[in-house]
Design a protein around this ligand. Structure first.
Ligand code: PHB
Length: 385
């Protein structure tokens, strides 16, 4: 959706197909932390009005361990950058509205999507929509269809190198009708495992805790979830999340994954179709946004000047940022979770890590500059903004 709007702003035609319904993508609660650069991008694209009004800007965050919360003032450490809590589904909603206003094609609930002749100059996409088969001939395909999408598996086996790490835990997440009891996120390392306090609005709290990877959500009653949340999050000064009605609950597995290169012929992979990060660094959505900024610039260069250099550089440019975000997400995950195979040495080292992180200005600055987002690889201006 973001790429479609960037292309529109550069007067480049596109067709967007989505296999879910409009209602599903607007309602399904997903990620919620926008880096400063993602917020700036939305605003520069002219789709940031509701984000400016309803997004919750956070200048800092808390790291909690041994029953104490430690504040990291990210804005002060980065010269004024912050993150904004605004649901991915809200971003999608704004982009759907912007797309519809342009009158450009957007199909929901498409089925049986396949791609063909991807390594030729006329790749094709076939899909079924409302009972009719569509065949699109195109110059380029952007595979923005997620980890389980059809784009990546359509690439001949052996062409891609996959890098993967699976973690021995998942997150049990809930959305609760409860006013957030902290204005900023709280990442907790507890003897019983990781926990995270977040939010979606002044009335809705979003919480997570670490569980075994195959945990069945049916094993967790609402009361049991609250007991575990409070046990892990309550600090010595009595801070704890407000309890309320649980609106949604689910378990998400955690993995790190990169497929390289992010291009095959005239198909470009962007976002989760090419890479997955564990959610601890809040990077997934932001990486997808930076991928398509790079792709938009490359397509603009191609259509305006016939120049293919930027298209050829797409994968390398994206992967530099992807690997830094992979490293950061792996580090946040490793620092804050309990591991089944850890030794007493590992446990003490982890506590020393967190003690160092929350007492050294250099360490806090390192976290802050990565959490608010490293500088974009290409300028907004070069992407036609
Ligand atoms: C969320 O609010 O859903 C959220 C926040 C921070 C994370 C992951 C998820 O690291």
């Amino acid at each position: 959706m973001l790429l479609g709007h960037l292309l529109h702003l550069n007067r480049i035609d596109s067709v967007i197909i989505e296999n879910r319904s409009r209602e599903y993508v607007i309602e399904r609660v997903r990620a919620g932390v926008l880096e400063q650069g993602t917020v700036d991008l939305m605003i520069a694209m002219g789709v940031g009005e509701r984000l400016k009004r309803q997004g919750l800007r956070h200048d800092g965050l808390y790291i909690s361990f041994d029953g104490r919360r430690h504040h990291i003032n990210m804005a002060e450490l980065t010269g004024g950058s912050a993150i904004t809590v605004y649901g991915q589904n809200e971003v999608v909603k704004d982009l759907i509205e912007a797309r519809i206003e342009t009158g450009r094609p957007l199909y929901f609930e498409v089925e049986e999507v396949s791609v063909d002749a991807v390594d030729s100059s006329q790749p094709q996409i076939r899909f079924l929509h409302e009972g009719t088969v569509h065949e699109l001939g195109c110059d380029f395909i952007a595979g923005c269809d997620g980890f389980h999408g059809i784009s990546r598996p359509s690439i001949p086996s052996g062409f891609l190198t996959n890098y993967e790490r699976v973690y021995p835990f998942g997150w049990l997440g809930i959305l609760a009708e409860a006013a957030p009891s902290s204005e900023e996120l709280v990442y907790t390392y507890h003897e019983r495992g990781f926990a995270l306090f977040s939010m979606r609005s002044p009335k809705v709290t979003r919480l997570y805790f670490q569980v075994p990877p195959e945990e069945d959500i049916e094993n967790w009653s609402d009361d049991a979830i609250w007991d575990e949340m409070l046990e892990r999050m309550t600090t010595r000064d009595g801070w704890k999340p407000n309890v309320g009605l649980i609106l949604q609950k689910s378990v998400t597995p955690m993995r790190s994954f990169v497929a390289a290169p992010m291009r095959f012929g005239n198909m470009f992979l962007a976002g989760d179709s090419a890479h997955i990060v564990p959610p601890t660094g809040a990077k997934g959505l932001n990486l997808a946004a930076s991928d398509v900024l790079v792709l938009a610039r490359a397509l603009k260069e191609f259509y305006e000047r016939g120049n293919t250099t930027c298209l050829d550089q797409y994968s390398d440019i994206c992967l530099r940022r992807v690997w830094k975000a992979q490293r950061f997400s792996w580090w946040m995950t490793s620092s804050l979770h309990r591991f089944t195979d850890e030794s007493p040495f590992d446990h003490q080292r982890q506590i020393a890590d967190l003690d160092y992180l929350t007492s050294s200005r250099a360490a806090m600055t390192s976290l802050a500059e990565q959490y608010v987002g490293l500088p974009a690889e290409v300028s907004f201006q070069s992407a036609g903004l």
